[in-house]
Every structure is written in C-alpha cells, then in structure tokens.
Design a protein around this ligand. Structure first.
Ligand SMILES: Nc1ncnc2c1ncn2[C@@H]1O[C@H](COP(=O)(O)OP(=O)(O)OP(=O)(O)O)[C@@H](O)[C@H]1O
Ligand SMILES: [Mg+2]
Length: 496
C-alpha cells in the first residue's frame, strides 16, 4: 500500500512569487502545528520562480494541475494564479473530497499570518525594551542620554531620584538646567563638561567633579560615551555619574593618616634635636635677664628672645602631641569634666574677644575612650580656632550628647565666625595649613586634633557656611566623636 502523509496534504496551482513566499514561510517552520505537506506545484510557465523553488525543495512539479487529482492523500488545493477562470475550472473538475482555497482566501490567510508576525515582533521589541530598562535602572550609577541640543532623552531611576522630580519633567529638559540650574551649557573654568567633550571629540571622556551642595561636598566620577551613527557622527552622548564621596573621603583619610605617621616620625626627630638648643637659649636668656636692669633696651631684646624661645617650645610640644603615641588606649575620661576644665582656662580669652559661650552638656554622659590631657588639648585647639574666626565677637555653643545609634559621644563646637572658604575645606587638616598671618599660627592645631582623636578610634568632622555664601547663617561646627569606653567587665571579657 502506498504511503499517505498524515495532516494537510496540499497542492498549489500557480508557481509565481506568492507560491515561493508561501513555500519559504513553510520552510521557516511557520505552520508547524498544522502539519502541512506540499505534494505538488503546478504552473504552465516552467520558469516561474515558485515552481523552480519547489523543484529545488524536491517537491513534484507539473504544468497541468489536473495531475493533482490522481495524487494520493490530497485534501487541499491552493489556487494562487489570481485568475478567476482557473478558479472556476478547478471548482468544476476537482474531486469532491478535495477542498479549495482560492487566491482571495489565500491572500486573507497571508495577511493574517503577516499581522501575527508583526505582533510577535512588537512583543519581542517590548520585551527587549523592558529588559534594557531593567538593566539601566538596576545600575546604581546615574545615567542619562543627551541629544545634540543637550536635551535629556532618557534618565535612569538613580538620576531621577537624585534630581527629585518626576521622570516626565526631566525628559526633554536641557541637561545643564536639570543638573546645574544654568541657562546655557556649563562653562566652568577647570571643570570641563564631559558631555561637551564627547560631542566635540567623539571620544569617551572621564572627569572627577566636585559638587558643593548645601553645607557638604560630594565627589562624582563622570564618564561620557559618544554614540555614533552610520556616518560616524556623534548623535547622542550617554553620561554615567558615580557618587564616590564615601570612597574618596576614606581614601583621603588614609592619605591623611599616612601623612601624620610620616610627620610623627619627623616631629619626634625634630623635637629631639630642637629641645636641647631651645632649653639652652631659654636658660641663658633667663640668666642674662636676672643680671640686667629692668626697662633698659637690652632687657627688652632679651625679653623678645625669651618670648620667641617659648614660642619654639610650644611648636615643638605641638609637633610632639601627634608624634607621641599614648602607651595604651585604655584610658577613659569624662568629656563634660574636661570641657569645664578647659573653659575655666579660656574664659578670659572669650571675654576679651567678646565671645559669648553657651553650654549644652548632656547629663549622665558615659565615659569615653581617651586620655584627659590629650582631649583637653583638642578642645582648646578647637575653641581657639573658633575664637580666631569670630573677630569682633560672636557666639560659641559647646554641646555634648550620647549618640546611641553608634554608641559614641559627640561634642559640638559651633561658632558664628567667618566660616571656611570652599577652596580651603579639604586642606584644613593638613599639617602647616594656616590662613593666619605669619607668626600667628603654625597650622598644626587641627592636625594635632586629628592625630589625637584618631588614636582613640574617634572622628573629627566639620560643617561650615562661609560668610561669602550666606552672611546670616555663616559659621562652623566642628564635631568630635569618641567611642564610649568599655566598662571594666567588658574590658576584661574583650581581652579574654
Ligand atoms: N572654627 C573655624 N572657623 C573658620 N576657620 C577655621 C576654623 N577652624 C580652623 N579654621 C581654618 O583652618 C586653618 C587651620 O587650623 P589649625 O588649627 O590647623 O591651624 P591654625 O589655627 O591656623 O594654627 P595653630 O592652631 O597651629 O595656631 C585655620 O588657619 C583656619 O583657616
Ligand atoms: Mg588652630
């Protein structure tokens, strides 16, 4: 018995372009579910492209469709000639059990197939779009796509969150307005805009930007990638910005500590070398002062030598304060008591400089890790700095409180002085950085404070508003944060 294919056994009348497209569709697996088998293709033109394609596929071809009627298992004829007479003739001659799909139904069928293909394509596009969105929104860096007019075409969630506006208000906005509130493309000296550079050069541009927002400083690593069209023209730029403030600050801190370690060694050596000659100078000045009559010119000169000698001694002591490591870090102290002690010493200075003092000390403050003598030195330095910043008078508020979230005691020194200029903010802890007149300051005060506080795992930070920024709110607050000292029991168990 001859083998009969299961499913739909089809013969096509008309081997033109439509036939070829149909066969290609089948070969692409489009109608797999229907199990359609092409038994034969007929066309009077032997050169018809569909006919030739069928032959190549190994399908039986003929120039007379009536041959189909003898084909075993045939159940459908598709008429693709577009000729009504052919259609009529097939209807009249075909065996009863064989169905006919004429060119009109075939056309309809084709349109439906194309429509489905388009829908599928749209679905796929939508999926791809969703996938891309998920990727760019999953990235924590702030990303935007900017066109040649500097208008934002796309912004990810991180950027939307930073700008604090709904996304639809950001899209279409000029990037310089949305990001920097300026009315034209940014033109800040020494602060090149990576988007402009990428448009101009067609190359990736990476920069480090410093943003002064409110009272704080933040640092961003910004990279702009140009997007080229087929002609190599930059049509868009993708900008990615990463907030590296934390990373930079910890890096700076490390750099600072290293600098202090180096300076500590230098200071120890210097102090050793200087201590003896200074002691000799002071000793002899003292001896001569005893022998000379008070008030005569030589006496005044000797007094100057003595004063300057004492100055040298103070500088050496300051240097030593961060060169010297406390033997242990097990000391603990009560900062409220230390502050009272310091205030009693500086009270006079405060009054002569017309500085009013306000104290907000928390009661029941736990003891902190640290040596009382060292911490008093920190407090004196911070108070003298505050007084120096309030030429003509002002208000100094010293507060203490326990921050239970990190189990640290915080001490705040808030002044109403001239504040710290932006360009000095990342330098003030540097050894020998000072804005005071020559001979007035050594620039070692804050370095010493930093060194001491750091030794007890503490921290010293500041917030400032410069008088050039806001005359009403100007001033600086230094915050010293120190870990609460372990109780005796905890101390013992931590050592066990
Ligand atoms: N409270 C403050 N207000 C404004 N500027 C300050 C304040 N504290 C510190 N500064 C700035 O930081 C700089 C460095 O301070 P630091 O205490 O290290 O040195 P100094 O006070 O200049 O000299 P020294 O303390 O050695 O006598 C100061 O010169 C000043 O410009
Ligand atoms: Mg100082």
């Amino acid at each position: 018995m001859e083998h009969i294919e299961k499913g739909l056994n089809v013969a096509i009348v008309g081997g033109g372009h439509g036939c070829k497209a149909f066969l290609e569709l089948l070969a692409g697996g489009a109608l797999k579910k229907v199990q359609m088998n092409i038994l034969s293709v007929a066309d009077i033109n032997e050169d018809a492209e569909g006919l030739r394609y069928a032959k190549k596929m190994g399908v039986f071809t003929t120039n007379d469709y009536k041959v189909f009627y003898g084909l075993n298992g045939l159940n459908l004829i598709i008429e693709l000639t577009g000729d009504n007479e052919v259609r009529e003739a097939i209807i009249k001659t075909k065996p009863h059990h064989v169905q006919l799909m004429d060119h009109i139904s075939a056309r309809l069928f084709w349109e439906i197939m194309e429509g489905e293909k388009e829908l599928k394509l749209k679905d796929e596009l939508l999926e791809t779009k969703k996938f891309l969105h998920a990727i760019i929104n999953g990235i924590r860096d702030q990303i935007m796509v900017v066109d040649r007019d500097y208008r934002i075409e796309e912004a990810n969630e991180a950027l939307v969150a930073r700008l604090g506006k709904p996304k639809h208000e950001i899209i279409g906005e000029y990037c310089y307005w949305a990001l920097h509130s300026t009315h034209e493309p940014c033109n800040i000296p020494n602060h090149s805009c990576p988007v402009q550079v990428a448009f101009k050069t067609g190359e990736t541009c990476e920069v480090l930007h410093t943003h002064y927002e409110g009272r704080g400083v933040s640092y961003f690593r910004v990279i702009a990638y140009p997007m080229l069209d087929d002609e190599g023209e930059v049509t868009r730029v993708i900008e990615m910005a990463r907030d590296i403030t934390k990373w930079k600050k910890s890096g700076d801190q490390l750099y600072h500590v290293q600098k202090l370690v180096f300076l500590g060694k230098l200071a120890a050596g210097l102090a050793h070398e200087l201590n003896n000659p200074v002691a000799v100078i002071l000793g002899f000045a003292d001896l001569l002062l005893e022998k000379i009559e008070v008030g005569c010119p030589t006496y005044e000169i000797l007094k100057i030598i003595e004063r300057q000698g004492l100055n040298c001694k103070r500088i050496v002591e300051n240097l030593l304060s961060f060169a010297r490591h406390p033997e242990t870090t097990e000391y603990s102290t009560d900062v409220n008591v230390d502050l009272e002690g310091v205030i009693s010493v500086v009270e006079n200075i405060l009054t002569t400089n017309k500085v009013t003092l306000e104290k907000n000390f928390a009661g029941d403050l736990p003891r902190v890790r640290g040596d009382s003598g060292h911490l008093r030195q920190v407090f004196i330095n911070l108070i003298t700095n505050a007084v120096a910043a309030m030429a003509g008078g002002g208000r100094l508020t010293i507060s203490t409180r326990l921050d239970e979230s990190d189990n640290r005691v915080k001490i705040f020194f808030k002044d109403t002085g001239h504040g710290i200029k932006r360009e000095y903010r990342d330098k003030i802890f540097d050894p020998f950085f000072t804005t005071r007149e020559v001979g007035e300051g050594t620039g070692l005060g804050l370095s010493a404070c930093y060194g001491i506080v750091n030794k007890y795992d503490g921290d010293i930070t500041f917030e400032t508003v410069g008088e050039e920024e806001d005359r009403e709110r100007k001033g600086t607050t230094f915050t010293v944060s120190l870990p609460v000292a372990l109780s005796v029991d905890e101390e013992i168990s931590s050592r066990a």
